[in-house]
Write a protein that binds this ligand. Structure first.
Ligand code: S3P
Length: 166
């Protein structure tokens, strides 16, 4: 089987579900944010502050392209669908999984995740985060082959459903 890509907004559980899938399916986990951090040589928030979002999207697009066909579980960053090139790549792939959750759940997860600073969300108001989510919703849906609801669900149950639906 080719790569399995997890997409979805910040706080959707892409890294958590990615680790579980990697363990259950005995496949390597590739976390694109980790690869981007290595590539840029600094934490993501510092890169956003010094170079801006467009420069980040450029690196993100390159890293996705370079690992797209890896035989692995790939956890993407929440903004992977911002770039149209990425959407076009994702929408033709049979194993792109959109981890969907409602805005309230995502905001609570983002705000409770103090270790992971997200430049586009951590310090923003609930209204700003919801607006960003709404602007991206159609892109997640058009890019995904499989949509999984994650609101109020246990990660183990979500991982099991994904494996059944592949
Ligand atoms: C971003 C999501 C982050 C990270 C960066 C930008 C976004 O990843 O790539 O802060 O634009 O949604 P997570 O979805 O893993 O938090």
């Amino acid at each position: 089987m080719s790569s399995i890509l997890l997409i979805g907004f910040m706080g959707a559980g892409k890294s958590t579900i990615g680790s579980l899938l990697a363990e259950k399916m005995k496949r390597p986990l590739i976390d694109l944010d980790d690869l981007i951090t290595k590539e840029i040589g600094m934490p993501i928030p510092d890169f956003f502050a010094s170079k801006g979002e467009a420069a980040f999207r450029h690196v993100e697009t390159t890293v996705l392209k370079d690992h797209f066909t890896a035989n692995a579980i790939i956890a993407t960053g929440g903004g992977i669908v911002v770039n149209e090139l990425n959407r076009n790549l994702l929408k033709d792939h049979p194993h792109v999984i959109y981890l969907k959750a409602d805005s309230k759940t995502l905001i609570a997860r983002i705000k409770n995740d103090a270790k992971n600073i997200r430049p586009l969300a951590s310090q923003k108001s609930a209204a700003e985060i919801t607006a960003l989510l709404n602007s991206r919703l159609p892109h997640y849906e058009e890019s995904a082959a499989i949509i999984i609801e994650t609101t109020q669900r246990d990660p183990e149950e979500i991982a099991t459903e994904i494996i059944e639906r592949l």
